[in-house]
Write a protein that binds this ligand. Structure first.
Ligand SMILES: NC(=O)c1ccc[n+]([C@@H]2O[C@H](COP(=O)([O-])OP(=O)(O)OC[C@H]3O[C@@H](n4cnc5c(N)ncnc54)[C@H](OP(=O)(O)O)[C@@H]3O)[C@@H](O)[C@H]2O)c1
Length: 258
């Protein structure tokens, strides 16, 4: 299936590992020009080499903290006329809201709500003028069903989702769609560190916690990052122009709502 993405220009944030990398790889296979962003430069270099091998039209990188104004400035100084933007970064720290200070909430809002909004602000009007754009925000299944122990994530991602629901309806008439991908439990470094933190809190070892989680999971397995990457590439494709303002849950059926 030709997704019609050859030579489109993509910005992929958090592109050197996990879900962001999987999105970048899926876009690379479609012949997209990709600018990858993450903080660790060495990983980005390896990422770009592998994206070229997969078929990316070009692969450049910007080593920056995308959750800061300076980081975003560095990215947009390199390029701003993107056809495709995938927003993504690490999630907020775990914990119960009783333990958080105001600064913790502001930091989480900055990273997981205001950063995707700021990036969208930089690219949306240009996309609308050019008549094509695909914006995909990687959020969390916690938007549909709050995840115990992820209070910051549950709170601030809901804010992003509510805002994007309105914005998406104002852009689609100009060929720009905005959607969110909501991962459940995918096999990434981030998930492993979540289990590690939970293990430290509970005293149960991380492998046992994972096994317990999977026993209750309908699919009895973790999601594979490439499954999310493929969905992301489809959402960016020529065929997905009528999918807009959606929160697409990828959790193997964990969420029990209809
Ligand atoms: N994996 C899951 O099951 C799951 C479930 C629900 C939600 N999520 C959410 O999905 C997102 C991605 O998760 P993941 O599992 O793919 O994480 P991951 O495996 O830890 O990968 C995160 C990627 O983002 C980059 N990154 C992190 N913070 C950044 C920053 N401030 N600026 C620029 N790049 C940054 C990392 O590289 P550097 O460290 O070098 O910057 C890395 O490339 C997170 O927000 C996470 O909370 C994941």
């Amino acid at each position: 299936m030709d997704l019609g993405l050859k030579n489109k220009r993509a910005l992929v944030c958090g592109a050197s590992a996990g879900l962001g990398l999987a999105c970048a790889e899926a876009l690379a296979r479609e012949g997209v020009h990709i600018l990858s962003v993450a903080r660790r430069e060495e990983l980005l270099k390896t990422t770009c080499a592998s994206l070229l091998e997969l078929g990316a039209a070009s692969a450049t990188w910007c080593s920056a903290d995308i959750t800061t104004e300076e980081g975003r400035k560095a990215v947009f100084q390199m390029q701003s006329d993107f056809d495709i933007v995938i927003t993504n970064a690490g999630g907020p720290m775990q914990g119960d809201f009783r333990g958080f200070k105001r600064e913790d909430w502001l930091k989480a809002m900055d990273a997981n709500m205001l950063t995707p909004i700021e990036i969208t602000k930089r690219v949306l009007d240009g996309m609308m003028q050019r008549g094509f754009g695909r914006i995909v925000h990687i959020t969390s299944s916690g938007v549909k069903q709050a995840v115990p122990g992820l209070d910051l994530s549950n709170g601030v991602r809901a804010g992003l989702t509510g805002f994007m629901a309105g914005l998406a309806r104002s852009a689609v008439q100009s060929g720009v769609t905005i959607n969110q991908l909501l991962p459940g439990t995918f096999d990434t470094d981030r998930l492993a560190s979540n289990f590690k933190a939970q293990s430290q809190r509970t005293g149960i070892d991380a492998q046992t916690l994972l096994t317990q989680r999977l026993q209750k999971h309908p699919a009895k397995r973790l999601g594979r990052p490439e499954e999310l990457g493929a969905m992301c590439a489809f959402l960016c494709s020529q065929y997905a122009g009528y999918i807009n303002g959606q929160n697409i849950l990828m959790d193997g059926g964990s969420y029990l709502g209809v």
